[in-house]
Design a protein around this ligand. Structure first.
Ligand code: FPP
Length: 245
């Protein structure tokens, strides 16, 4: 069993692109939806582990703005799983002191899911444990365009001097304004891309691409990922101490 790195070596914010549900199902000659069902199990296990470890922030890419292009039956199955997850897991999340947030478009999801999202955010608003964020109907380019539009409107209306726009100010207009930037972004299933996930926020994130398919991810894989992160040397564009000496 992997040991937990010392607190100063832990990332403050881990974000995960949960990929490979379909391939997991295909390998077992099961329908894709069965992979998503198994994927919910991996979400549950990972969230419990993150909460037990005392991780500050976990962000999970649950549904991208491009996922609407999948067959209607698969989109329907995924929406059904979100509904079921919020119904079945909210009490546990509340008991664990988890604060739930959803980042994404919001306007395009079914009214009842919108209501569940608002309810989950309201119920956990004052919680001080793990910050659990689901990126749901989320696309980073759309998020960045929204932020630019908001600042442009403010400038047009004379409420903002364009010369005062800095990366820090820009970041306050992103969905993630309340969260620190991710230190570690994990993608499962062997694909090596970010797929429109946290493009602004990932500027200095460590990237970890794993061959594990998402339904096989969980507590142990998270611990391994944290151990791997602890070995990385982060320089944020500067030099390491040896190079300076
Ligand atoms: C990618 O696998 C995964 C998704 C598109 C959605 C992620 C959804 C879950 C983990 C389950 C539901 C989550 C919650 C929070 C209730 P893929 O279908 O692209 O896999 P493939 O690339 O192997 O086809």
């Amino acid at each position: 069993m992997t040991e937990l790195p010392k607190p100063s070596d832990l990332p403050r914010h881990v974000a995960i692109i949960m990929d490979g549900n379909g391939r997991w199902a295909r390998k077992r000659l099961l329908p894709r939806e069965a992979g998503h069902v198994a994927g919910v199990g991996a979400v549950r296990d990972t969230v419990r582990a993150a909460s037990d470890i005392g991780l500050e922030n976990l962000t999970l890419f649950a549904f991208s703005s491009e996922n609407w292009k999948r067959p209607k039956t698969e989109v329907g199955a995924l929406m059904g799983l979100f509904r079921a997850y919020f119904k079945s897991d909210m009490d546990e999340l509340v008991a664990r002191g988890v604060r739930v947030r959803i980042i994404g478009h919001r306007g395009r999801v079914a009214t009842d899911i919108g209501g569940m999202i608002e309810d989950a955010e309201r119920r956990t608003l004052d919680n001080k444990g793990l910050n659990l964020t689901f990126a749901f109907d989320y696309g980073a380019q759309e998020e960045i365009a929204n932020a630019a539009r908001e600042l442009a409107r403010a400038a047009r209306d004379g409420r903002l001097d364009p010369e005062t726009i800095t990366p820090e100010l820009f970041a306050t207009r992103l969905f993630t304004s309340a969260l620190p930037e991710p230190d570690l972004i994990i993608r499962t299933s062997g694909e090596h891309r970010l797929s429109n996930f946290l493009l602004w926020q990932s500027a200095y994130a460590e990237l970890l691409f794993l061959d594990t398919l998402w339904p096989d991810f969980g507590r142990e894989a998270l611990m391994d990922a944290l151990e791997c992160f602890a070995q990385r040397e982060r320089r944020f564009g500067a030099l390491n101490s040896e190079a300076v000496a």
